[in-house]
Design a protein around this ligand. Sequence first.
Ligand code: AMP
Length: 417
Amino acid sequence: MKVLTLNAGSSSLKYQLIDLTENTVLVKGLCERVGLTDSVHRFDRGYGELKVTAPMKDHHEALSLVLEMLTDVERGPIASLEDIDAIGHRIVSGGEYFSESVCIDDDVLEKINLCSELAPLHNPPALHVIYACRELMPDIPEIAVFDTAFFQTLPPRAYIYPLPYEYYTDYQIRKYGAHGTSHRYIARHAARMLGADVRDLRLITCHLGNGASIAAVDHGVAVDTTMGLTPLDGLMMGTRCGTIDPAVVTTIQTRLGYTPEQMNEIMNKKSGLLGVSGISSDLRIVEEAAVAGNERAILALELYAYFIKRYIGQYFAVMGGAAAIVFTAGVGENSEYMRSACLAGLEPMGIVLDARKNRLRTGERIISEDRSRVKIMVIPTNEELMIARDVETILDRQRQAALLAASAEEEIEETLV
Ligand code: AMP
């Protein structure tokens, strides 16, 4: 089965064509600067990246370019669009409407649209891409996979903010979480690596990339996560501040006369590693500066690790322990320093990192000492594969339901005869 995964950002369109039968990625690519000048389409069939500059005035044009490339006689991995069995769309917010992936119909489209307020940079372009798919590939089924769905299992004590309750009932102000597809993927994968069922484990999953979040996954079910109404909450990130005293916001606004938009920009784009170090949002660059002795870079790294440690402690308490702590994404997969800094001193909790294994560079791996009660793992995330698998599961379910309905009809006919 060949599944095209599509992930629309405000000015980008990321995609992969995955052959689930062969377990291979046939091509992956990214359209950048969609709707702006100097748009670029990069793609890779496994022989090195190719880059084409082409105007893309909107996501419809970007998708048309992608489809042209997919079926290009020389460069394309497939002969015709009919070779694509289904399309999986990454949708950032499904609000409270969706607790799992669904086949897209008009009702689903309407609900994704209603959630646009919660993900203004992502849901509208995703809708645009879905409409373009309907036009360009009308016979191919489309599935929506929501970033928030995994966190719909959170209990009210984890998702209600202690504000006047009407803000929740009237305006849906609550914790929704994000990165759900990644947390779900690494939780399942970790269980497989441990030779266990995810429903028998308590796991703390740490997605540490430019955006970063941690989840408490109790017996396969998410019970808490660090991101909130928006991805700003929780951990300190590349450019986001994460959790701060809410009064800091109003104090800065009052003292400096900032508008809510300016404050939003500061907390989302100018804070985190970049804000504290004054050097970069890129952890590698901050690490280099710290090694060279830059004090603000050292402080930024300490803070970053401290936020992670605090949440690991919280989720240990929330679940009453954990079988494993799992790291993924750019920082989680690659920064030996950050893994060791955030886990330092946790030996009394049965969390013992193996310094030699922590230096290993690639692939999925267990990096705790054998005596560590809690396993420490690194698993490269693969949201696209998770999306493609959801698509396969939903289509299988539909096929089986259709078969059952057909055989029930046959039985009725036989009885009548
Ligand atoms: P992502 O959003 O998952 O692409 O992650 C981006 C973050 O991962 C950036 O802060 C990078 O600096 C960080 N990163 C990637 N590779 C490394 C590395 N080898 N060491 C430290 N940080 C890294």
